[in-house]
Write a protein that binds this ligand. Sequence first.
Ligand code: ZN
Length: 151
Amino acid sequence: MQLDELDDLYREVILDHYRRSRNPQHLADAEVQADGNNPFCGDEVALQVKLNGRGVIQAMGRQGKGCAISQASASMLTEVLQGKTLQEAERLGRAFRRMMQGEPLQAQEREALGPLEALEGVRKFPIRIKCALLAWSILEEGVESYRRRQG
Ligand code: ZN
């Protein structure tokens, strides 16, 4: 798949997040730390989530390398999850997954996804869906592991 097969507007949003990744700083003291890769494409993503005392995401960090889709999706994730609880983050992750699988979304879910809607066109290229979902899968694993540690 080439990015120029996507609509211009969506391509611009994706490239903007790819070239100027949001929240690239590593948060060493974050409660949630997770990383993983997508062997089909060589993508790598590491995520950190810093919570405040009430379980709300107050900062995120992300690092990684790989294709524009995987890195833009991770960058967008760190932007839209600021100020959300982990439960809200998981709900948004499920909505994003449904969008990538071509299922209908409610208007408020689309609104909450913000820039992530730009990745919807990627679902025409099934092999790239894994790229778009990589950061979300990593986040889910990290949250599960955090909850196990909390007991
Ligand atoms: Zn990829």
